[in-house]
Design a protein around this ligand. Sequence first.
Ligand code: PEP
Ligand code: MG
Length: 756
Amino acid sequence: MLTILRHIIQEVSSADNFKDSLDIMVKRIANALATQACSIFLLDRHRGEYVLVATQGLNPNAVRKVRVPINKGLIGLVGEREEPINIDDATKHPRFLHVAEVKEEAYRAFLGTPVIYHRQVLGVLIVQQEEPRRYDESEEAFLVTLATQLAAIIAHAEATGVVSELLVNSTEVKHEQVYSGVPGAPGIGMGKGVVVYVPYDLDAVPDKEPDDVEEELKLLEMALAAVRDDLRLLSERLLPTLPPEELALFDVYQRILDSSDLGDEIANHIRSGNWAPGALRETIQAHVRRLESLDNEYMRERAVDIKDLGLRVLACLQKNDRARPEYSERTILIGETITPTDLAEVPEGCLAGVISIQGSGSSHVAILARAMRVPTVMGVGDTPILELHDKEIIIDGYYGQVYVSPSQSLRVEFERLIQEEQKLDAKLEEIRDLPAVTKDGHRIGLMVNTGLGADISISLAAGAEGVGLYRTEIPFLMRDRFPSAEEQRIIYRQLLASFSPRPVIIRTLDVGGDKPLPYFPIQEDNPFLGWRGIRITLDHPEIFLAQVRAMMRASDGLHNMRVMLPMITDVTEVDEALRLLRKAYTEVKAEGYEIEMPQIGVMIEVPSAVYQARALAKRVDFLSVGSNDLTQYLLAVDRNNPRVANLYDALHPAVLRALIQVVENGHQEGKHVSICGEMAGDPAAVMLLLAMGFDSLSMNASSIGRVRWILRHVSKKKAASLLHEVLGMESAVMIRCHMELALERAGLGDLIRAGR
Ligand code: PEP
Ligand code: MG
């Protein structure tokens, strides 16, 4: 069976297009199972119907025409139950639905399995046969395995818009717009879009309905008058110094402003329902487009003047702080890139979701959103964000989908999912204070990753046994200068005291890469291979020393602090950091603080550190794998690039082998080994990490409950045999499918597809 399976997967993956892959799949499955019919139904979520999209054995003319309502028939039942249904005579089943067009009267035996990807039912795969019979266990397992492969293919096709083309029905009136990105933080968010944008960037100004048209017109008039005055004053001041040809520019600007045309055009856009900055953007962009398309070079250059003028008017309009967004009670924050500051500025309790045009699930803002339990979709690419302001939006953070102006039926469906999620959370809450002990008595530490002051209470509420990673860069990123030593001490003290006596691992500053400090700009061609993490702080010992002194002072009398070094690639970096740490310790101790030399650890997040894990472990007290960066550097896949997000998977066999090596080397030196990348909170990875022998797992607060549940419901023995099986597999897709299937079989499926 395995060889046939592999052949089918190979053939399907090399098909020219999505439709061909479906056709190949149904033919090959029918052959392999020696059954007469095999068909694929895809779920059209907008209409709540399953659509027949490929068949071998049913009426080929019914393809793309036959639609089965989501709650009807055996197809609907498979989707509802989210598990295979195997019946010897389907015609006798109470849910049998006769659909004349498909011509299935002759078929009795029925086996259907749901096609699920990232917690969502995408469709149903069925096989049928004339003679009544039950398909046997191996046939069922075969179909289920192929359904997991099919899921990945459909998900990819959905992300690229091919599925909606296939499902489109010419008579259909589309209710909502749907945009695809990549999952950032799990969960369903419903609310109103609020676009955040860089002030004084005309192209970033969103459309917005004005509250009061007359008021907007007045603001426009005032801004135009202010720019006229500014220009006059400027040209008067520059008169003695500037040559006449340069001064002529001011005349050009004045003439453009004085001609009533420009003002009238903007005013007309305001009257047709846009606020003044949006109307200004519309007008200026139209002029720029027209001028830039002309052959005449002189006129093309005028586009620059118009843009400059537009910016001056915008600056006046934004003077009264109108660039600050108005948050709604259920804010869906939308932006080209969302910064930690953007997240923090939303009033408490009002952030219902985040949509970022750039970035992927491994970007730091996504990690932060997960810590804050805010459903997030990243990398939505070409989405016209300026049009999303103030719109009703649903985001599906499990699946990376954004629904704008959703229909009533879609809302109802998502509300149901939210309720299911709440039920799951309640179940997990019941075991919150129990340790993560496997069925065969193996205990593993469950720690939390934090970085924002606000998530301390969320972490404690999740039942974390300590902090496995405190990202100190977040308070640095949220300021407009380096925090002073005392400001740092206060932040670290609050953290250490809140968790005391539980251990807290504070990581030294890890900026650079995708975390540039606004007040410490670094210009590099390859920031991820450049000046980041420990490299910066060792080059700036004053920054490093100020930080570790603040940490040590903060730990006065608590004795629960550990220090961790990021981005270590070489033992000399550890030696130098240890020298500075000892120096800071001696100094702070001499100041009279009651402290001990903290335990020091190294992050293993680049390939060189994997191969040097033993030498590193000799020097320090613990190792902690940063699987986010380790995956990025081992697979050469930018963790922020949505285009290659499908290649970024910590379950890649190369990453798994690296992890095994780190655990073995760390333990050979008798040191504690943990993992603090996002992988530690991934339900599909948990059993493998357990089997590898990690002493503790550190993850975002929202994952702790699920991981605890999994660990308490499996045995280390079973986990070891799963690890053995996946080490025989050659691709991340296969391994992920295998692990998801194992969770399903262990009755833990709802942890990977909560609410589905
Ligand atoms: C990691 O790389 O896995 C990690 C935990 O660090 P960060 O995500 O902050 O880079
Ligand atoms: Mg890292």
